[in-house]
Design a protein. Structure first.
Lengths: 612, 309
């Protein structure tokens, strides 16, 4: 008998107008020591399924079906009975380690609390000792001392380790991990996956991991369920899934992942369209509107999840069309980089940064602020960006890459060093000429939600840089219409508010706004890291197309090495405020010189199974 | 690009597209506001009250100070629609006269104090530094001054002059809101859309007007609506204590004050002026609600469902 047995699970959220069917019939099982992954775009019902298992859905959610743990039915149990199971038989690891820990207690106390609640009669002292053991197990150095630390004193990776320690504190039989690595740096991600493997080995628990990262699935999981519109559409062992996927959606997901082995400028395969609204699904296959292989039969009935090979099921009637074809063939697009037309021998340098330094003062005291030291956020950084090229700046959070970018965008004289934009040293700018330079240097931000004013309709968002620079009403209307076309949005979208768009569309609006003044340089601050992979691919392709069409230069800041590989001609690796390695993209990736670069590259999870 | 010019490519590329007009924010907000029926009705009532209290008195047979010795303490009748008080004064004329004062004071004070609060709050929050420190120092100073006493002393010397009353009440009622606005502005300043606007070369004044103010608008608007009520009540209190509007002139405050003792025996003396006050405040609040919903695209009530493909 398997450890966890889920059958016909459905979850529905009633809203004011419609009922949103978040999960529509999940069937799966998890065996002891097995790692099962739920994969899919956001809104596919992954988290809702997992939260239904632990009974952490909001009260108004309607859950039906059956969830059996060790043969015992969980659905219908009272919250009090579930509390006996949660934390004891089922351990949970959440996405954001900052909000998963209480800021006012030490991490040792929080682990000890988890033990004391479920193991009555444990003395305080014993619980403390066990907490230290657990901290040691999840790889926290000096566990005795760190047990007395508060969550804010730990780094993101260490906090996630603590969360894992709490999850395994009572030796659970099932571990549920909801995007456990998403909020972390690449190198830390790899370590956390290692810790999770250790945790599984120690507790012999089955693991249900929710992720959108196909690299994580390949590294960690045994079996995967690809979810779409609240249902699994393909289930198979991970090896089988990556080598022999049979559902067009899975092929699209895998094709849209950026890879380290791709050449600069090569296009990705985006899945067109957006996931359907879960409130009113039309009859037929929910993926049909986005599917390149759709035929009339697809619109008639939703296909069942049928066995097409031993332990391999797919909900598609066109599986024979998928087997053995590449994603690019299925979706009918070319991934080849368009022929590099003329390789200018000596392109103009549009941005030159020399010995840039940015420090923050550390002060103590309230009345008399005395300086006790300084943080060198950026410490002597130099690089050049040539016209029509992309410079990728990679590094972990805290490496100073964003600070560098914003220092350039501020267009004010740096503390030390020099910044030259289009041949003008920005220290010499007055407010008039600074405005002129601003038109040439624009930015796209990481979070498309935060970077668009929620109170402004799209037309006003796009018109803002234009009217700020003295365009007339008629010119603005023309330019906005043109911009919408450039980034692939409809004219009717102009009078809608940002909240009505999906993440990818919002990012397109952000790019359109940056292009409004026809800049020569675009500063891109992690422009795709907040997006789903299938959407990422579309944005990356758009950026590549725009560069080709307008000869833009990109300054691309990212922690995602595989995305950088696709876009960047040159790469600068930043570590603790300095550039440790700089060179042509291919060179840096294929033959890394610096120890840190090598570590970064090794840590990137790749969607290939044979790497293990 | 040093000059804001569109190059050829941008004008010719999409020449086929009809670029006649995009709906700007103003039209969108207006459209959303008009869809909110209670708010539209409230604004109509408030405008009617305002016009009525100035336009009606000359048409009435009695002015607010005339005494009708043949109708003392009479309930509403065809002669005196709102009844009369113990002196035989027509209550309709008195209520209208009182509304003139109270509406003027209420709306003006609410408006002026909100403008001060929004200006001070956004400037202090957006720029920070010495501007923030000095402005907040003034706010703290104003907060510790016993404002009511100060107002009573000054108003007494001005013999209930309405302009002075408006100025004084406004000057002493903006501090708390400005602190709230400052706090919200400080968190907005760090948001990426404000940073983005700055990088696009949008001037600071424009950022405050177009990005900061609309995003704190909901609190400002609610504040204004509530301030109308508070200002009317403050005026009432002053008048009740004998410092505000001086007899024989009347305000809603003095009318309510004189009607309160006989509210059970001669209810019309109390009910009509009090009803006028409630109506004013109710309308102001509904308008505030409607404006907030219209300005805030995420507010649920008015959001049209869009079928997304």
């Amino acid at each position: 008998m398997s450890l966890l047995e889920v059958s016909d699970l459905t979850v529905a959220f009633p809203t004011d107008s419609d009922v949103v069917n978040a999960v529509r019939g999940m069937n799966f099982h998890v065996d002891p020591r097995e790692v099962v992954a739920l994969v899919g775009e956001s809104g596919a019902g992954k988290s809702a399924s997992a939260m239904a298992v632990v009974g952490l859905l909001p009260e108004y959610a309607a859950v039906s079906g059956s969830v059996r743990l060790h043969g015992k039915e969980l659905i219908g149990l009272s919250d009090q009975d579930m509390s006996q199971i949660r934390g004891k038989t089922i351990g949970t690891v959440f996405q954001d380690p900052m909000s998963a820990l209480t800021p006012v207690y030490t991490v040792g106390d929080q682990i000890a609390e988890a033990i004391e609640i479920h193991q009555r009669g444990t003395t305080r002292r014993a619980a403390r000792a066990r907490a230290v053991e657990l901290l040691d197990l999840v790889g926290i150095a000096q566990p005795e001392r760190r047990a007395r630390a508060f969550p804010h004193e730990l780094s993101g990776g260490e906090r996630q380790r603590v969360v894992i320690a709490i999850a395994i504190a009572n030796d659970p039989d099932l571990l549920i991990c909801d995007e456990p690595t998403t909020a972390l740096d690449v190198t830390v991600q790899a370590q956390i996956l290692e810790v999770l493997k250790t945790a599984r080995d120690v507790t012999n628990a089955g693991v249900l991991i929710i992720t959108h990262d196909l690299g994580v699935v390949a590294e960690f999981a045994n079996r995967a369920l690809v979810m779409y519109a609240g249902r699994p559409v393909e289930t198979a062992s991970v090896d089988e899934l990556y080598e022999n996927r049979r559902m067009p959606y899975t092929a699209g997901l895998l094709g849209s992942v950026s890879r380290l082995d791709a050449a600069q400028g090569s296009r990705l395969v985006p899945i067109p369209g957006a996931p359907p609204s879960m409130a009113a699904l039309p009859p037929g296959c929910p993926f049909e509107p986005r599917c390149p292989l759709a035929i009339d039969d697809c619109r008639i009935a939703e296909p069942e999840l049928l066995e097409i090979a031993p332990n391999h099921r797919a909900a598609c009637i066109r599986t024979d069309q998928v087997a053995g074809r590449s994603a690019a063939q299925i979706y009918g697009v070319s991934t080849e980089p368009p022929g590099t037309a003329e390789e200018a021998t000596d392109p103009k340098v549009v941005l030159r940064v020399r010995d840039l330094v940015k420090t923050y003062k550390l002060t103590k005291g309230v009345v008399f602020r005395r300086q006790v030291g300084e943080v060198r956020a950026v410490d002597g950084v130099s690089f050049e960006l040539q016209q029509g090229r992309t410079l990728g700046i990679v590094g972990e959070s805290g490496s100073g890459k964003s600070t560098t970018l914003h220092q350039i965008l501020e267009l004010t004289a740096p503390q030390s060093g020099s910044i030259e934009v289009l041949g003008t040293d920005i220290a010499t700018l007055d407010s008039r000429s600074r405005r002129a330079v601003r038109g040439d240097l624009q930015a796209v931000f990481q979070d498309p939600v935060a970077s668009l004013d929620p109170r402004l309709p799209v037309f006003e968002v796009l018109a803002e840089p234009l009217s700020a620079n003295g365009f007339g009403k008629k010119q603005i209307d023309e330019r906005v219409a043109e911009l919408l076309g450039i980034v692939g949005l409809q004219r009717a979208d102009a009078s809608r508010y940002p909240a009505e768009f999906s993440g990818g569309q919002k990012q397109r609006i952000g790019i359109a706004r940056a292009l409004a003044l026809q800049p020569k340089i675009l500063a891109l601050d992690e422009p795709v890291s907040a997006l789903d992979v299938s959407i990422q691919a579309g944005i990356i392709n758009l950026l590549l197309d725009l560069q080709e069409r307008f000869g833009l230069s990109y300054l691309f800041v990212s922690h995602d090495l595989s995305v950088v590989k696709h876009l960047a001609h040159r790469v600068a690796v930043m570590y603790k405020g300095t550039i440790v390695e700089q060179g042509d993209g291919d060179q840096v990736f294929s033959n890394p010189q610096h120890e840190y670069t090598r570590r970064l590259l090794a840590a990137v999870p790749q969607p290939e199974v044979n790497r293990r | 690009m040093t000059e804001p010019v569109t190059t050829e490519s941008s004008t010719t590329a999409k020449s086929g597209v009809d670029v006649a007009s995009f709906a700007s924010r103003r039209t969108l907000v207006l459209r959303r506001f008009v869809r909110n029926k209670p708010a539209v009705v409230s604004i109509a009532i408030l405008v009617l009250l305002f016009i009525g209290c100035y336009a009606l008195p000359p048409l009435l047979p009695y002015s607010y100070s005339d005494l009708d010795y043949f109708a003392l303490q009479q309930p509403p009748s065809t002669d005196h629609w709102f009844g009369t008080n113990a002196l035989g004064q027509d209550l309709l004329a008195q209520t209208l006269r009182g509304m003139q004062k109270s509406l003027l004071i209420g709306v003006c004070v609410a408006f002026i104090s909100t403008v001060i609060a929004a200006t001070v709050g956004t400037i202090a929050g957006y720029f920070g530094g010495w501007r923030d420190r000095s402005l907040m120092w003034i706010v703290d100073l104003m907060l510790v001054v016993p404002s009511f006493l100060l107002v009573t002393i000054v108003v007494q010397r001005t013999k209930g002059d309405i302009v002075w009353m408006i100025v004084l009440l406004s000057v002493f009622s903006w501090m708390i809101s400005s602190r709230i606005v400052r706090g919200m502005t400080m968190s907005l300043r760090e948001r990426e859309f404000v940073v983005a606007a700055r990088y696009m070369g949008v001037s600071n004044t424009r950022i405050i007007l177009r990005h900061i103010i609309p995003n704190v608008a909901s609190i400002i608007i609610i504040d204004t609506a509530l301030n109308v009520g508070i200002a009317v009540l403050a005026e009432t209190a002053l008048s009740y204590l004998g410092f505000g509007v001086q007899p024989p002139d009347v305000s809603l405050g003095t009318l309510i004050a004189s009607g309160t003792p006989s509210a059970t025996t001669f209810p019309w003396l109390f009910l009509f002026p009090a009803g006028a006050l409630v109506l004013i405040i109710f309308c102001a609040n509904l308008i505030g609600d409607g404006l907030r919903d219209a300005l805030d695209p995420s507010s649920k009530a008015l959001r049209r469902r869009k079928a997304r493909k």
